[in-house]
Design a protein around this ligand. Structure first.
Ligand code: GLU
Length: 273
């Protein structure tokens, strides 16, 4: 099996040194194994989209002489390589999860969710939409099927949430951390899809890694907490997960948290988008 890795930035701002380092690890790993290095643009979050960010990312990679083998500019056989051009694919896969009872429609309004959060906060608790609370919410697990159909056909706003089974011990493998054990009771029912037709990062990322035949996912450690969900998604689709390696983060110069796209100027970098 030949190595296929990807760098999957979101065009939400300028690329910083942490992102470039992730690209470099992937690129060098691909070169070491005569593999393929892919650039995939993860632009499903339209609210955070920054004009010009994608071409800036491509310029940065060119500057570093990291040339992708497959990318939006250089199509291979697994394209399109921009997630905004792949919506029909995500529709199909979210439907599969709903049909298999791994995901469900949730119709709770922002106000209803706010109220739940406020009630929990009043008791010094934190509201989490999960196996302990979903039975009290307005979703396709609690509403009559006819009511769900009525809401869907009337164009009511909804999200699709992943149905996390309680009391499961999930073991994920990370090449850096080794085995990581997580109890599913600590995980919430993450939103995978919204009624505006947009998938969230988790669904789009897992579906694309599978369809693009990615063998190794090398990315920043900030994604390690998402790994149990990603494993459960692979399981729900009956797919074999790739190998994962989560790289330690580059921190802000003051050591307080990770370097973010907004911190460029702290390091004396000038971004021109
Ligand atoms: N779009 C994500 C990011 O910008 C990709 C994370 C991943 O590599 O899975 O960090």
């Amino acid at each position: 099996m030949s190595v296929r890795v990807r760098f999957a930035p979101s065009p939400t701002g300028p690329l910083h040194i942490g992102g470039l380092r992730t690209a470099l690890y992937n690129y060098l790993f691909a070169k070491q194994h005569q593999g393929v290095f892919i650039l995939r643009i993860e632009d499903t979050d339209q609210a955070r989209y920054v004009e010009g960010a994608e071409s800036y990312i491509q310029d940065c990679l060119r500057w570093a002489q990291i040339e992708p083998d497959e990318s939006p500019m250089h199509q291979g056989q697994y394209g399109p390589y921009r997630q905004s051009e792949r919506y029909a694919i995500y529709q199909e896969y979210i439907q599969r999860l709903i049909d298999n009872n791994n995901a469900y429609y949730a119709f709770d309004s922002t106000e209803e969710l706010e109220q739940k959060r406020a009630e929990a906060a009043a008791n010094k608790e934190h509201f989490s939409y999960d196996s302990t609370t979903r039975a009290e919410m307005r979703n396709s697990l609690t509403l009559a099927p006819s009511e769900v159909q009525r809401l869907l056909s009337s164009g009511a706003a909804y999200v699709v949430r992943f149905k996390v089974e309680p009391n499961r011990q999930i073991t994920v493998n990370d090449e850096v951390r080794d085995r990581v054990l997580v109890n599913s009771n600590t995980l919430d029912d993450k939103v995978l899809f919204k009624s505006d037709g947009m998938p969230t990062y988790h669904l789009a990322n897992v579906v694309d890694d599978h369809l693009m035949k990615i063998t190794h996912v090398i990315r920043g450690e900030e994604w390690l907490p998402s790994l149990p969900l990603h494993y459960m998604l692979y399981e729900a689709f009956d797919w074999t997960p790739p190998t994962f390696a989560h790289l330690p983060l580059i921190l802000r110069p003051d050591g307080k948290g990770k370097l973010s796209k907004r911190d460029g100027e702290l390091g004396g970098f000038q971004y021109i988008l």
